[in-house]
Write a new protein. Structure first.
Length: 117
């Protein structure tokens, strides 16, 4: 899922609370938050967000969900899943580490808090 860390949507207090909520959620063992910094330049995630779903039951096929202005799209072929899995792996590789990502999130939340004063 994509989340903007610096672009103000909903006002500074909304941004501060969303970022603090994200930091709290990231403490869960099943959640990893990584931020792709602006310095990463062009990357495969720029074309839009997607959700790569794999399921514990082998009978349930992996799939990719894309929510776009043109409508919802579910991709199920092995080739499509492979392409999006490679994109996801690239995004993980270029993103900040989870620790550095959370430091950036905390810094952004503090900056929004400072804007409210």
């Amino acid at each position: 899922m994509a989340v903007g860390v610096r672009r103000v949507v909903g006002g500074t207090s909304v941004m501060r609370e969303q970022l603090r909520h994200l930091a709290e959620a990231a403490k869960a063992p099943n959640i990893t938050v990584q931020v792709i910094p602006f310095g990463a330049s062009a990357h495969p995630g720029m074309s839009g967000q997607f959700v790569l779903m794999d399921f514990p039951d082998p009978a349930d096929a992996d799939l990719v969900f894309i929510d776009s202005m043109a409508g919802d799209l579910f991709l199920e072929s092995e080739a499509e899943i492979g392409r999006y899995r490679a994109m996801f792996d690239t995004l993980v590789a270029i993103a900040l580490s989870p620790k550095d990502s959370m430091a950036l999130v905390a810094e952004a939340a503090d900056r929004f808090a400072g804007m409210e004063r």
